[in-house]
Design a binder for this molecule. Structure first.
Ligand code: SAM
Length: 248
């Protein structure tokens, strides 16, 4: 019998999980940016700004933005370096990556400066030691195999390179978890229904957040993948955490 994994709170087979995760992102791709602003009341912009601010990116950097989606982090990196760095956006989902490619063109950023490559984050089509910075924002939670993803990020980083990950995490302030739970389970799926015409995808979103390892457990996974000087900081009371590490 096939080994089971999880899709939100459901138990499913591995191929079913990948198919359903892709279904979620194909369904929400066009409304993805709008929904981020609505659900987080714009806070995701501040979280991403902090992430870009902490990334060791310079005009000469090669950056890999895994699960890049509509490209917020890639754009942030390019802005930070006055469009001098090079960014590869990679995502498993075609419609999401198309949103990223469209955004780059809307900003007048051409191939060679930003390139889009459709790929699974656990099987990256890049040589060892290729990138100075590897980023992933709100993506790894959706992976079938988180450890395999982290091992790939480590493999493609150059020695001295930095890994930066932004992900939902576990609220660390008293009472915040109660309020956040109520908001997540009762409000977000209804917003998904209203703004994106898709309640089920946003139900998956909140369930996948609950299933993801908390700050400390995720830090351990990053260390086990080989990263040095790994650490994290909470944002918005731990609703989101920013983890970093180096390949030394
Ligand atoms: N990084 C963008 C951001 O912060 O706005 C997009 C994040 S979006 C919530 C998650 C992205 O992860 C989606 O674009 C989805 O297609 C992608 N994704 C899910 N599983 C993936 C995998 N195994 N490999 C690569 N990308 C994946």
């Amino acid at each position: 019998m096939d080994k089971l994994t999880h899709f939100g709170f459901e138990s499913v087979t591995a191929p079913e999980k990948v198919g359903r995760v892709m279904g979620v992102f194909s369904s929400v791709a066009e409304k993805y940016d709008l929904m981020n602003d609505v659900m987080s009341a714009g806070l995701h912009r501040l979280w991403k700004k902090r992430m870009v601010g902490l990334a060791n990116v310079s005009p000469h950097s090669m950056v890999l933005d895994v699960a890049a989606g509509s490209g917020d982090i890639s754009l942030g990196m390019l802005k930070k370096t006055a469009r001098q760095c090079r960014v590869v956006l990679t995502d498993l989902n075609g419609p999401m990556l198309q949103e990223g490619a469209r955004r780059m063109l809307d900003h007048g950023i051409l191939a060679g400066t930003a390139d889009c490559v459709q790929s699974d984050g656990t099987k990256l089509p890049f040589a060892d030691n290729s990138f100075d910075v590897v980023t992933i924002a709100f993506g790894i939670r959706n992976f079938l195999d988180i450890e395999a993803g982290l091992a790939e990020f480590y493999r493609v980083l150059k020695p001295g390179g930095q890994f930066v990950c932004l992900e939902f995490s576990k609220p660390a302030l008293p009472l915040l978890d109660v309020v956040y739970d109520a908001y997540s389970f009762h409000v977000i799926p209804e917003m998904g229904a209203f703004f994106a015409g898709d309640k089920a995808s946003y139900q998956y979103l909140v369930e996948s957040i609950r299933r993801f390892p908390d700050q400390r457990r995720f830090l351990k996974l990053i260390e086990w993948a080989g990263f040095d000087l790994a650490r994290y900081e909470n944002m918005s009371g731990g609703i989101v955490a920013l983890h970093r590490g180096y390949k030394l």
